[in-house]
Ligand binder design. Structure first.
Ligand code: G6P
Length: 362
């Protein structure tokens, strides 16, 4: 068992550390992805369908596809798909995201969608059911993932989605500039992930400090919003702490009533369009006494008065691109935070209670 874990205490930690290589490997299927996009010339609308962590990858896709390829994009939970799929047609591409390729709700949804639309499955497990039913398949190159909480497969899914967005932008919108820039910059992600992982000890310290509170909020805007949802899901799954991911701007429409000095608030602050607005939301939290744990490249701006704790995300991509790629970097410390809080609470992150790696019942 120890040999399989390659010296790590848990599969989850090993898999968190395998994310730079997963990005590299998934980037190597670039050409296959471009060929699929070229084949899908008549697509006018995209509809993502997924569950759990895969749903958060899908939600990230909505921001990328709408902003950079100008394709209207919906995101539907697989278990809800059967209640709202009547508007699909042959100009719709339905994209299923599933690490296992066996999730019952997702498989049922592919069967339904196949009747009306083109279908593409983004899957990690070779030969799984989803890959046999969908019209097109893209494999995330993450290798076997053992930990119940998805980590490296999520990064693999995101890379596929970034590549799809780049190629849809190139072939549908004829925006070669965006596509080429994205394709060049994305090669810097593996190094950046390694750099973040070098600061694991800082996350350990944070985890020790924040292992007790029973409630957490995770806030982000734009592309950082799905990352906030995924960060909160990771915490719930393996620490059993109640955590809610929220779009930072929605805070004032309810959750603010719950914030006091007992509730830590994780805030994702990549530099870009959303930065200023998220900073304003941070003040709302602060005036209610909530502890702020900020993740940002602009450590100076988050002086002592603004946040209790700050974790730095290196801005090697340049300020202009930080927000675009934030989902691929900001999730890394959030995965580590959940992992170490789980360890400090004496739990087994690889085997969370009541959860299964693959849910084959509807
Ligand atoms: C289960 C797993 C999650 C996963 C979800 C969707 O709930 O515990 O980690 O995100 O299923 O799985 P899929 O294989 O379809 O991505």
């Amino acid at each position: 068992d120890m040999a399989e874990k390659a010296g790590y205490d848990h599969f989850m930690l090993k898999e968190i550390h395998e994310q730079a290589i997963t990005v590299e490997n998934t980037l190597s299927v670039k050409e296959e992805i471009e060929n699929i996009v070229k084949d899908l010339k008549s697509i006018k609308r995209i509809c993502f369908v997924a569950c759990g962590t895969s749903y958060h990858a899908a939600l990230t896709g909505k921001y990328l596809f709408e902003n950079y390829a100008h394709i209207p994009t919906d995101v539907i939970l697989a278990s809800e798909f059967g209640y709202s799929f009547n508007s699909l047609d042959e100009e719709t591409l339905t994209i299923f995201i599933s690490q296992s390729g066996e999730t019952r709700d997702t498989i049922d949804a592919i069967e339904m969608a196949k009747e009306k639309s083109k279908t593409l499955a983004i899957v990690n497990v070779l030969g799984s059911q989803a890959t046999r039913i969908a019209d097109y398949v893209i494999y995330t190159q993450a290798g076997p993932e053992i930990g119940v909480a998805a980590t490296k497969t999520y990064i693999g899914q995101l890379i596929c989605i970034y590549l799809l967005a780049a190629f849809f932008s190139k072939h549908h919108l004829k925006d070669e500039v965006f596509a080429n820039t994205l394709l060049r910059k994305i090669n810097l992600i593996p190094k950046l992930i390694e750099k973040i992982l070098e600061n694991e000890d800082e996350i350990k310290d944070l985890s020790l400090k924040y292992k007790y509170p029973p409630n957490f909020f995770y806030l982000g805007r734009g592309l950082a919003y799905p990352t906030a949802l995924e960060g909160a899901l990771k915490l719930k799954e393996i620490t059993y702490i109640h955590a809610e991911g929220y779009a930072a701007g929605e805070l004032k429409h309810g959750p603010l009533a719950l914030i006091d000095y007992c509730v830590p608030v994780v805030v994702l602050l990549p530099k870009g369009d959303s930065y200023k607005e998220t900073m304003n939301n941070l003040s709302e939290v602060q005036s209610r006494g909530g502890d702020i744990i900020a993740f940002t490249s602009d450590v100076e701006d988050l002086s002592d008065q603004k946040a209790q704790d700050v974790f730095e995300i290196p801005n090697d991509l340049g300020e202009e691109f930080e927000e675009l790629f934030a989902p691929l970097t900001y999730i890394i410390p959030l995965q580590l935070l959940s992992y170490y809080i789980s360890i400090y609470r004496g739990l087994d992150p690889d085997h969370p209670k009541n959860l299964a790696k693959c849910v084959t019942v509807g």
